[in-house]
Design a protein around this ligand. Structure first.
Ligand code: AMP
Length: 354
């Protein structure tokens, strides 16, 4: 058994959004303080012990933050390398840099997955000869920027070859990859955790529906055969072990007639894991805090069928009427301003016993 971080210790969280907020609340339940680092508005800071409001290029602020923390984690993956140098040179960082380096860059990520023997979409780096690149990936394809893409941003579809140049131009010269279209029947994701002792606990895969590139719902159980459920968990476990990972990870997969294809990994708690708050004794946020502080992992088994629905933009106005429905748990993120496309909260609707 690894040592458990003592009660009252401080966990640093890079990023102050809703994921950081729910991590901070889970940390508090286990007796920890949290210190949020976020340059902008920070819903997480409302429930944290301390907040450093500074940029990721402010190396003095980063050093001060690291010195104030006993362990550091993050709620998003685009942390600049210079910031990571300062942080990880001072205080333990979980998950570690390797996981970030793999997931920050779609080309490195896809190559890592392929080298593990896992199925991915056919892909190629985008060069100045976009038509040659698309011959490798196949058409239709999606061009995706290698870095800084999220919620469908930084992507352009190429349905036929003569759209190639326009799609490339829309990325404004950002380094990109071309991904052949995967003909999937469903999108699922597995949320899995690995502890410092190498133990792994995975949650049941959920089935995800996106609207306008943003996650709309996650439904448990996913309507897939039991064999694919097992495959999904095995794939996630292989990825965690290969990275010697500590913490929670989200693994997004496509369901195809030939089995599962890995779309992407997120080295953090994940929107498609929010259902665990109503479906499991230990949710993904507590699981992550347990993993990075040396607590035994929760077993991840599911006691309820759950549908998670994101409350996006003005959808948040439905919260009071949803709250009146039986079996509905409401989570609001306390964001000051409602904007179209912005995740304002979510609900977990328990639809029965598992
Ligand atoms: P991503 O940002 O990679 O998660 O992509 C956002 C969404 O675009 C995914 O959830 C899928 O619905 C769709 N998508 C991404 N890559 C592919 C692909 N290679 N083939 C088909 N659909 C895709």
């Amino acid at each position: 058994m690894t040592d458990i971080l003592p009660s009252g210790s401080t966990i640093g969280i890079l990023g102050g959004g809703q994921l950081g907020r729910m991590l901070a609340m889970a940390a508090a339940r286990l007796g920890y303080k949290t210190h949020v680092y976020e340059p902008g508005a920070a819903p997480a800071a409302d429930v944290a012990h301390a907040w450093t409001q500074a940029g990721y290029d402010d190396l003095d602020a980063l050093r001060g933050f690291a010195e104030a923390c006993d362990v550091i984690t993050f709620e998003f993956e685009n942390i600049p390398a210079d910031a990571l140098d300062v942080l990880s040179g001072t205080t333990p960082l979980y998950p570690d840099r390797r996981a970030l380096e793999v997931s920050q860059d779609r080309m490195i990520e896809k190559s890592f997955l392929r080298d593990l023997g896992l199925e991915t979409a056919p892909f190629s780096a985008v060069t100045s000869d976009i038509r040659a690149d698309l011959k490798q990936s196949g058409v239709p394809a999606i061009l995706k920027t290698r870095r800084f893409g999220y919620d469908g941003k930084g992507q352009a579809r190429v349905m036929q070859m003569d759209e190639a140049e326009a799609a490339l131009a829309s990325l404004n010269g950002a380094p990109a990859i071309a991904e052949g279209f995967v003909n999937f029947s469903a999108e699922i994701s597995v949320i899995a955790a690995r502890g410092k002792d190498g133990s792994v606990a995975a949650y049941d895969p959920g089935e995800n529906v996106h609207v306008d590139g943003i996650l709309s719902t996650t439904t448990l159980p996913a309507q897939i055969p039991a064999s694919l459920r097992t495959d999904a968990v095995l794939i996630a476990s292989r990825i965690l072990n290969a990275l010697d990972y500590v913490g929670v990870m989200g693994v997004e997969l496509f369901v195809t007639p030939n089995g599962l294809v890995v779309n992407e990994i997120a080295p953090r708690v994940h929107n498609s894991g929010h259902w665990t708050q109503a479906g499991c004794a230990v949710d993904q946020f507590e699981q992550h805090i347990r993993a990075i502080t040396g607590w035994p992992l929760g077993d991840g088994s599911r006691h309820a069928n759950v549908v998670m629905e994101n409350l996006i933009g003005e959808g948040v106005d439905l919260a009071p009427s949803l709250a009146a429905e039986p079996g509905v748990q409401v989570h609001l993120y306390g964001k000051a301003e409602t904007r179209a496309g912005r995740k304002m909260g979510h609900i977990n609707r328990v639809t029965g016993a598992a």
